[in-house]
Design a protein around this ligand. Structure first.
Ligand SMILES: Nc1nc2c(c(=O)[nH]1)N[C@H]1C(S)=C(S)[C@@H](COP(=O)(O)OP(=O)(O)OC[C@H]3O[C@@H](n4cnc5c(=O)[nH]c(N)nc54)[C@H](O)[C@@H]3O)O[C@H]1N2
Ligand SMILES: Nc1nc2c(c(=O)[nH]1)N[C@H]1C(S)=C(S)[C@@H](COP(=O)(O)OP(=O)(O)OC[C@H]3O[C@@H](n4cnc5c(=O)[nH]c(N)nc54)[C@H](O)[C@@H]3O)O[C@H]1N2
Ligand SMILES: [Mo]
Length: 590
């Protein structure tokens, strides 16, 4: 702590506090420890990190149509007769939702999967529709075209609850007949016609929207377009129908009580976390002279790995990493601080894809010298000589304040059960499904506050290379977490870093199953073990999981191929808007 404080003192004297950059994201989802560095770095006057690596474009697209409408409870799907898993590999990332899927199927519901390849989730689906990456907005328009053309819309619902349908029908939908949409998506015209008719015929269609399709240059617009679909058939008014994206339970706990933006004396520079590489290698006035990483592994998970590594390899960069394991990022630390896990510290957790929150107490003492995020920042604050009693509180003190003075939403839940450490569900008000929380109280197909008031399709960015690269989650990892588990990752576990490829693409390149290959583009080259499979369509390759470099067949992992470009809205990541080519290892690049 003393060394960090001294080094930072020197850096601040020479360059100012904005030469220091915090980097944190999703290692812990607890409200206290996740935000523990915010008050410290605000008060220090450090550069601010724009934390948009996950799915802000998805959030943006939903809000453009639905405003602050509460997101459907996942159990709602149990009453649906058609569940559409759209851009979500639920078997890996949303297993708790599969319970509702199973319940609905037992009552005869049909399940569709719309993805870019046959993911492990295909096994729960009755129909699998493979679309070209980044083309789902066009698919939504094609379906809406057929619904409008054939009079399959719910006129009464549209008249009562929707703004802008007539404008969409006259000004946008004529441009997207199935013949045109087929060209964008790769789906046959008859398939698009059938999808539209079956979607309209369903008594209560339920869309479970994933984040994959939002991580493109057109991501926010794609989500906006898909979010219009349920309005056309009045799905919101039907038990079991609607669309479920990200659940936000943020307003139940006042996060501002931990983040303390009021500690910021003046607005400091903002650096987007997706552009860490550029920030470390090209930013000046002042340059970044110190990086403090906690509960994140930027070498693994941030796009453009070569640029991130070039930054971390700078001799004049002072890097501190607070971690539980020796990650790729931890290996670049000048000072490595040991972190506790969620079993060793107190916190209160928000939900992911459901409405439960839970206070958790430590079940073991911290191992060795490890400390929780909050406690390290308390030490750093004290070393700065700051006297604020705020920093002297414990995580439990902060949690108690929320529970002693609960927000209205939290107060409606069972606080005593929450105190005892049980998971407690936040209650949803009756009629929330059709309580559309937009300025007009209606679903905004037309949104005049947008630069483009009516949604329409724009192609994804893509870039050089003939093959789209999907680098989606795997069931054996959580982002790059669990790479330390030899029983899951590595030779002993029998799992290796593969690149899945269609037989036709492999044949065209003289590549064979099991061979070492190099995927490459202008940003980098990554060695994979090739897995030839017809589950992946021609023109697409798939690399599941974010592997530690130590477990990779070569010296880089998948994010050496992804780019620092941002989404159309909300400055999100564009991981899947990436193209590559593939050659055998050992052959020269073309
Ligand atoms: N096991 C496991 N669980 C996890 C994670 C993990 O890494 N591992 N990560 C957690 C985190 S941080 C998050 S944000 C969520 C992620 O969850 P989400 O982002 O909601 O979705 P994923 O299930 O990751 O699946 C993304 C899917 O989108 C598909 N996809 C990509 N591009 C397109 C496209 O253009 N169109 C369509 N239709 N599909 C496309 C990919 O092939 C993939 O199947 O999961 C969380 N849960
Ligand atoms: N190519 C590609 N890249 C992706 C994605 C993708 O789909 N494709 N998904 C992206 C998404 S959606 C996300 S959200 C990001 C997530 O990226 P990250 O937030 O970096 O998540 P992890 O890789 O799980 O790394 C979290 C680290 O925090 C550590 N940790 C856990 N608990 C604590 C704690 O209490 N304190 C401290 N100090 N450390 C702790 C863990 O040991 C782990 O090494 O990755 C993104 N990267
Ligand atoms: Mo995420």
């Amino acid at each position: 702590i003393d060394q960090i404080t001294t080094r930072w003192g020197d850096i601040i004297a020479a360059h100012g506090a904005e030469a220091i950059l915090p980097y944190s994201y999703a290692g812990t989802m607890g409200i206290v420890h996740r935000h523990a560095g915010h008050p410290f770095f605000y008060k220090l006057g450090a550069s601010r990190l724009e934390r948009t690596i996950c799915s802000p474009a998805k959030e943006y697209g939903w809000k453009a149509v639905m405003g602050n409408t509460l997101v459907l409870h996942p159990d709602e799907a149990q009453g649906s007769d058609l569940i559409v898993l759209w851009g979500i590999n639920a078997v890996a990332t949303n297993i708790h939702f599969l319970h509702s899927v199973r319940q609905a199927k037992q009552r005869g519901a049909k399940v569709w999967l719309i993805d870019t390849y046959e993911t492990p989730t295909a096994k729960v689906a009755d129909e699998v529709f493979l679309t070209m990456p980044g083309s789902d907005g066009a698919l939504a328009l094609g379906i809406m075209h057929v619904l409008a053309r054939d009079g399959l819309v719910d006129e009464a619902f549209l008249a009562a609850h929707v703004e802008g349908y007539d404008e969409l029908r006259h000004r946008v939908l004529p441009d997207y007949p199935p013949s045109v949409v087929s060209g964008f998506t790769g789906l046959a015209e008859t398939t698009i016609e059938t999808m539209a008719r079956q979607y309209a015929a369903a008594a209560a269609p339920f869309i479970r929207l994933g984040g994959g399709l939002s991580r493109y240059g057109n991501g926010a617009m794609t989500v906006r377009l898909i979010t219009c679909l349920p309005a056309l058939v009045g799905a919101w008014a039907k038990r079991g129908g609607g669309l479920m994206g990200n659940i936000a339970t943020g307003s139940a706990l006042d996060t501002a009580a931990v983040t303390r933006e009021d500690f910021l004396a003046r607005p400091t520079r903002i650096i987007n976390m997706n552009q860490l590489g550029a920030a470390l290698t090209t930013r000046s006035e002042p340059p970044i002279m110190s990086l403090y990483v906690y509960h994140s592994n930027p070498v693994g998970i941030t796009p453009d790995q070569n640029s991130v590594l070039a930054g971390l390899e700078r001799d004049d960069l002072f890097t501190v990493v607070h971690e539980r394991f020796l990650t790729d990022t931890a290996r670049h630390a000048d000072i490595l601080l040991p972190a506790t896990s969620s079993l060793e510290h107190s916190d209160i957790y928000r939900s992911y894809g459901h409405y439960c929150i839970q206070r958790a107490y430590p079940v073991i003492e911290p191992i060795g010298e490890s400390k929780a995020n909050w406690d390290v920042f308390a030490l750093l604050a004290s070393a700065q000589g700051w006297q604020e009693p705020f920093f002297a509180q414990s995580a439990d003190d902060l949690i108690d304040q929320w529970l002693d003075k609960p927000s209205p939403w939290l107060a409606a839940a069972d606080i005593s059960r929450l105190r005892s450490g049980e998971a407690v569900e936040l209650p949803l008000p009756d009629g929330y499904k059709t309580d559309f929380r937009t300025p007009s109280g209606k679903i905004s197909i037309m949104n005049r506050s947008e630069d483009q008031p009516l949604p329409s399709y724009g192609a994804p960015r893509g870039d050089e290379g003939p093959l789209w690269l999907m680098s989606a989650p795997t069931p054996i990892m959580l982002n790059s977490s669990f790479n330390e588990r030899a029983d899951l990752v590595g030779a002993e576990a029998g799992n290796q870093m593969t690149l899945q490829m269609n037989p036709a693409d492999a044949a065209a390149r003289n590549l064979a199953d099991g061979q070492r290959v190099v995927a490459f583009n202008s940003r980098g080259e990554v060695v994979f073990i090739l897995a030839v499979t017809s589950k992946v369509p021609a023109g697409v390759v798939v690399a599941e999981g974010v592997w530690w470099i130590g477990h990779a067949p070569g010296s880089r992992s998948v994010n050496a191929l992804t780019s620092q470009r941002l989404t159309d809205r909300a400055a999100g990541s564009t991981f899947y808007d990436t193209k590559v080519d593939v050659r055998p290892e050992g052959s020269a690049a073309c």
